[in-house]
Design a protein around this ligand. Structure first.
Ligand SMILES: [Zn+2]
Length: 56
């Protein structure tokens, strides 16, 4: 499936995939990426996903 993080693909998720990001604490952002943070799998926004990817 293309565009897994956009459009109709996320419309079916709870609140269209929106919520508060556990990393940056911003509200109403799309939480589209699963990431293990301190041993717990959490949904994070793409900005935090990019930040984590850059740290590695
Ligand atoms: Zn975030």
């Amino acid at each position: 499936m293309s565009k897994a993080h956009r459009g109709k693909g996320i419309a079916t998720l709870v609140s269209a995939g929106r919520g508060q990001c556990p990393v940056c604490k911003r509200d109403g952002v799309k939480l589209l990426y699963e990431q293990e943070i301190e041993g717990v799998k959490q949904k994070i926004c793409k900005i935090c996903k990019a930040t984590i990817a850059n740290k590695k």
